[in-house]
Design a protein around this ligand. Structure first.
Ligand SMILES: C[S@@+](CC[C@H](N)C(=O)[O-])C[C@H]1O[C@@H](n2cnc3c(N)ncnc32)[C@H](O)[C@@H]1O
Length: 255
């Protein structure tokens, strides 16, 4: 069967609209990203070299650049369209950001010249099949500086299938409710988001029985993903935060 909305990350309109709307339409978006920033501050990390995987329009990178004035960042994404939105947003930090266009499964590590002390990702790794998630987690461990942290904020399954389903329906509910608080100047962006979101519903609710392909939303239990991080060698692994479908998991590469 033809994959539903296969090229969604390679449309300029989608990239621009995602940037405008994600903080309103993804439940807990800023809360979860800010939790990562808080942990890094608590760990007294200052001269950070951050690599953001599937960095999209650069929202998390912008926060890191602002919060840590001595930091530099690697932006990694496979979409030219998202990268162009990020380059515009991060223009004033041009000398502190390195852009890498690559698929997660390709040899992006050869383009990293300084070992990252922090690797982050949000709402991106769940597009990989299990084996490729594992390979990416291993690569992150290998690339990371000793003492560095890895964090993945992502759509994940939870303890029971029923709770997972509720989390999916919660997102549907959340997007509908947002209609009432969206400022007038964003109403056409809201409609455009809802149109794309109807494909998400088709993939994850109406056609949930169809086997997932690479690029779909391949949700996996956070416990299994934590086990995988532990097996690889990450220490201090935890679910640092959870809000509905999104979990913030991570761990440290010991000295
Ligand atoms: C839903 S957006 C999230 C963007 C950003 N992390 C955020 O939370 O705002 C997913 C991003 O991951 C990128 N992406 C998805 N699969 C990828 C892959 N296999 N390799 C590299 N980037 C990928 C997409 O191009 C897109 O920019």
């Amino acid at each position: 069967m033809e994959q539903i909305d296969k090229n969604r990350f390679h449309l300029q309109k989608m990239a621009v609209n995602y940037d405008k709307m994600c903080q309103l339409m993804v439940p807990g978006y800023d809360f979860l990203q800010n939790a990562v920033i808080d942990i890094l501050k608590f760990e007294n990390m200052e001269e950070i070299v951050l690599l953001d995987l599937g960095a999209g329009s650069g929202i998390l990178i912008e926060k890191a650049l602002k919060e840590f004035p001595d930091s530099t960042c690697y932006y990694l994404d496979s979409s030219d369209e998202f990268m162009s939105v990020a380059k515009e947003k991060l223009q004033k930090y041009a000398d502190r950001v390195n852009y890498i266009k690559s698929d997660f499964c390709k040899n992006w590590e050869s383009k990293i010249t300084e070992k990252p002390t922090v690797i982050t990702s949000m709402s991106a790794i769940h597009h990989l099949q299990t084996e490729n998630k594992k390979k990416l987690y291993q690569k992150c461990y290998d690339v990371l500086e000793k003492g560095g942290w890895f964090f993945n904020i992502d759509e994940m399954k939870t303890i029971t299938e029923e709770s997972y389903l509720k989390n999916l329906y919660y997102w549907v509910h959340h997007t509908k409710e947002q209609k009432y608080i969206i400022p007038d100047d964003l109403s056409s962006s809201y409609e455009a988001w809802m149109e794309k979101f109807s494909s998400w519903k088709k993939r994850n609710l109406d056609n949930a029985h169809i086997p997932k392909q690479e690029g779909d939303d391949i949700h996996e239990p956070f416990l299994a993903q934590l086990d995988c991080l532990k097996e690889i060698g990450f220490t201090e692994t935890d679910v640092f935060s959870k809000h509905m479908l999104w979990c913030l998991i991570g761990g440290k590469k010991s000295f």
